[in-house]
Design a binder for this molecule. Structure first.
Ligand SMILES: O=C(O)CCC(=O)C(=O)O
Length: 270
């Protein structure tokens, strides 16, 4: 037991100084359980080690034209990007209609999942790409920790600190009530903010780093929103993967792993 982890000032994130917002180090998880009114989060700063995290970034960027590590991705137009064949992830530029104007989302995205796990957010319909080896590897590790299975993942690529994600909750009806959402992070560190719907001044800032896993669960998506604000000093790419369960919770299937599921998972390998 690492005694120093029990010191309140030692948290690697900012927690409001209130008795109903607490964090507790869990030795078996090697992370913090953060409890807030109507929700909880598990924050595992170094869930994936540096080797796996570095390899994941490479895997996401492998393509037929440019060196993924040195390319100035923000300088590529949507047209140029659509002509680059990424070997492992089908990145795309999505658009939303805002005040009658069509605007590019300030990040690239990609959606993977089981057959027919179509997902719609902000009016964007996502048809799933089939799982690949790398994503299944990450999914299996995360499921083992989260204790639930996931059938889909939204990938976000923040090419630099100007790319961002606005305040929202993952509360689409396909996700069912009280969804478990697992967020895996690679590349540049970005601040992830969580704020209470009925009191936006109640806010938590969590740095999501190269290899950090954040699991959101309980009623969090119904009472809190989250965002990733711009950080102009950040020059490089960050990748975020949110693993979800689409269209299953409604039938009372919680997705919890059973002993036989855990056994099956051991057959999925990198
Ligand atoms: O990039 C992040 O950490 C947030 C992603 C997110 O909120 C989402 O995909 O809904």
């Amino acid at each position: 037991m690492d005694l120093f982890k029990t010191l309140e000032t030692d948290f690697p994130f900012d927690l409001p100084n209130r008795s109903d917002c607490t964090a507790k180090w869990l030795d078996d998880m090697r992370g913090y359980l953060i409890t807030v009114p109507n929700g909880e989060m598990l924050y595992i700063e170094h869930f994936f080690d540096k080797k796996i995290s570095d390899r994941t970034v490479e895997y996401f960027l492998e393509n037929d034209i440019v060196d993924g590590r040195t390319a100035k991705w923000k300088e590529y137009s949507a047209d140029t990007l659509s002509n680059i064949r990424f070997s492992n992830i089908k990145w795309k530029q999505d658009y939303i209609k805002l005040y009658g104007k069509v605007m590019p989302l300030p990040r690239l995205t990609s959606w993977y999942g089981d057959n027919e796990k179509t997902y719609t957010y902000s009016g964007i319909e996502c048809i799933p790409n089939p799982w690949n080896k790398g994503l299944l590897y990450l999914k299996q590790k995360i499921e083992h920790c989260a204790g639930v299975t996931f059938n889909s993942v939204l990938l976000n690529w923040y090419r630099d600190g100007q790319d961002s994600m606005n305040w929202h909750a993952d509360d689409e009806k396909e996700l069912g009530r009280n969804p478990v959402i697992a967020s895996a992070n690679f590349g540049e560190t970005r601040d992830f903010f969580v704020r209470r719907n009925d009191d936006p001044s109640l806010k938590i800032a969590l740095p999501l780093k190269h290899g950090t896993l954040l699991i959101m669960r309980g009623e969090l998506q119904h009472y809190w929103q989250h965002s990733v604000p711009k950080r102009l000093k950040v020059g490089g790419s960050r990748f975020n993967l949110t693993f979800r369960r689409i269209g299953v919770n409604q039938q009372g299937d919680t997705g919890e792993l059973s002993a036989s599921d855990e056994h099956l998972l051991s057959h999925v390998h990198s």
